[in-house]
Ligand binder design. Structure first.
Ligand SMILES: [Cu+2]
Length: 562
């Protein structure tokens, strides 16, 4: 008996070691006066009074408890972007998908279960447009702190965001009521600073002082709302070594293109003449839709003796509308696929889904004036369904077998076939507004082919899936064709949680449905998500006990109060 207990104890100890540490964080969501541009201290929603918000730092396999207390003026939810949350969708966060908002003056203890994730992820609000200012990094270090597949001397986190001139909840509430375009952001920021190209900056900008010969690891998080960005540092090469919490084969480049929702780990060696060099983010605007055409700059400056007041050198980035440079960067990304970090790309696909991704219009309701295109209302859809979030959580309805909250009828193919990326002007642009989910069996090997369409203002759509990372096995311009399957990369495709679907192009992704639960899938351009470019994957339980969704915590925010 004693020997048996000892054996159990040893097993438990091993299990705990494999599971890593348990960490605790306190997040208080509250309005905080922030000085930005020429404004004086306008209050915005923050976590712990910080913009960007506090960094979570953990090791692979840790479990993190975050006690989220909301003392802001309205209900909020927080999402841990890129964390798979195996069997535990209860803490995933999207409003009315996996939980109802945390009401004002209450708390929700969220549990973040790290498993395979290693690298850079982030957290953000997932209700209304609150994530504009409620976001921050999740840095996941290798188990023993030193076991990186690359070398560097120092690491720094860079959070890119978009700043709006008024309350972002009012912006999206107004836009959805009028059917028109939401306000554009007025600045892009690097770690909370717009930089010296904006009025009232007084020359201040995010800056980093570097030592010649040293190599810096930049953990770049694009938490911006509505624009993809190019990034570069004058005269310096970038080596991309990770993305979305997984390693990549080192990719040498002089610029990168990053979409909202994506993270990239980038090495930069300070190997130029000591001096001052701009690092710059500039928008990639491949659409007729209005966009914020400003840039934001930080400064990469060497220590040592030279004229420190000299104007920094500017990088040469692709032009704002340069679709080919954006695509040429993205298609070069490859997962590391080493012995320690192997790729496991599904090759026996048992479920094949094609999703047409469209920007639509809805007719203006009678007795109303709409400010969308041609007096109509902006809308967006997946397979011609413009997603309508229910008033209670889909996860709670699913787990408790409540009827009438959602339909299990999201189609596996577009409802009708047309020349998706050709001239669509003769086709109607309205989509069906409803709550449809994709039902997927446990352990299916799933392929999803996203097909962009030429409706409305076509553009790149950063498609994001909760609960999973996926392999991007193919991508191209125009309409998808079955003949492309033989050209898929099933050896070392990038393993990501957000992929840019090219404007009027296609992208194919693969994953094994080994995480039961209710998982949101949506465009990470916030205006498209608000217009209905979303759906939900409901992945069923497996037969074994360890293949089922875990029970909910006792303190789930109630769905009746909000
Ligand atoms: Cu989109």
């Amino acid at each position: 008996m004693g020997r048996f207990l000892g054996f159990v104890f040893t097993l438990t100890l091993l299990f705990c070691m494999a599971q890593g540490k348990v960490l605790f964080y306190d997040f208080v969501v509250k309005e905080t006066p922030i000085k930005m541009l020429c404004e004086t201290n306008r209050s915005v929603l923050t976590v712990n009074g910080l913009f960007p918000g506090p960094e979570i730092r953990a090791h692979k396999g840790d479990i993190i408890y975050v006690n989220v207390t909301n003392i802001g003026p309205y209900g909020v939810t927080i999402h841990w972007h890129g964390v798979r949350q195996i069997r535990y969708p209860w803490s995933d966060g999207p409003e009315n998908i996996t939980q109802c908002p945390i009401p004002t003056n209450s708390s929700f203890l969220q549990k973040i279960i790290l498993t395979e994730e290693e690298g850079t992820l982030w957290w953000h609000a997932h209700s209304d447009w609150t994530r504009a200012t409620v976001h921050g990094p999740i840095i996941i270090l290798p188990v023993n702190d030193t076991n990186y597949p690359y070398k560097f001397d120092e690491q720094h986190t860079i959070v890119i965001a978009e700043w709006y001139a008024r309350d972002t909840k009012a912006i999206i509430d107004d836009a959805l009521a009028s059917g028109g375009d939401p306000d554009l952001s007025v600045a892009y920021t690097i770690n909370g600073q717009p930089g010296d190209s904006y009025p009232c900056s007084n020359g201040s900008a995010y800056n980093i002082t570097v030592v010649q010969g040293k190599t810096y690891l930049f953990k770049i998080i694009h938490s911006g709302m509505n624009e993809e960005m190019f990034f570069g540092i004058a005269k310096h090469n970038l080596t991309v070594v990770g993305m979305d919490g997984a390693y990549l084969k080192p990719l040498k480049t002089n610029y990168l293109m990053i979409t909202p929702g994506q993270t990239m780990d980038v090495l930069v060696t300070a190997n130029q003449t000591p001096g001052r060099y701009y690092m710059e983010f500039s928008p990639f605007t491949d659409t007729d839709a209005p966009s914020n055409n400003n840039v934001t700059r930080g400064i990469f400056q060497y220590n040592g003796s030279y004229n420190h007041s000299e104007t920094p050198v500017l990088p040469e980035l692709p032009g704002f509308t340069n679709k080919s440079d954006a695509g040429n960067f993205t298609i070069q990304l490859r997962s590391l696929n080493s012995k320690e970090h192997p790729s496991t790309v599904p090759t026996k696909i048992t479920r094949n889904i094609t999703i047409a991704v469209s920007v639509n219009q809805q007719p203006c309701p009678a007795n109303q004036t709409c400010t969308g295109p041609q007096g109509a209302m902006h809308s967006a859809s997946l397979n011609n369904i413009s997603f309508w979030a229910p008033s209670i959580s889909i996860l709670q309805a699913y787990y408790n077998n409540l009827q009438g909250v959602y339909n299990k009828t999201f189609p596996d193919t577009p409802p009708f076939v047309f020349d998706y990326t050709g001239n669509v002007s003769a086709l109607g642009e309205a989509a069906n507004v409803s709550t449809e989910v994709l039902m997927i069996n446990y352990n299916e090997e799933v392929e999803i082919r996203f097909q962009g369409t030429n409706f409305g203002a076509a553009e790149n759509h950063p498609m994001h899936l909760h609960g999973y990372s996926f392999y991007v096995v193919g991508m191209g311009d125009g309409n998808f064709s079955d003949s492309y399957v033989s050209q898929y990369n099933t050896v070392d495709p990038p393993y990501v949680n957000t992929v840019g679907l090219p404007k009027n192009g296609w992208t194919a992704i693969r994953f094994k449905a080994d995480n039961p639960g209710v998982w949101f899938m949506h465009c990470h351009l916030e205006r498209h998500a608000s217009w209905g470019m979303d759906t939900v994957l409901v992945v069923g339980d497996g037969k074994e006990k360890h293949q089922k969704v875990l029970p909910p915590p006792k303190d789930m925010p109630p769905c009746s109060v909000s």
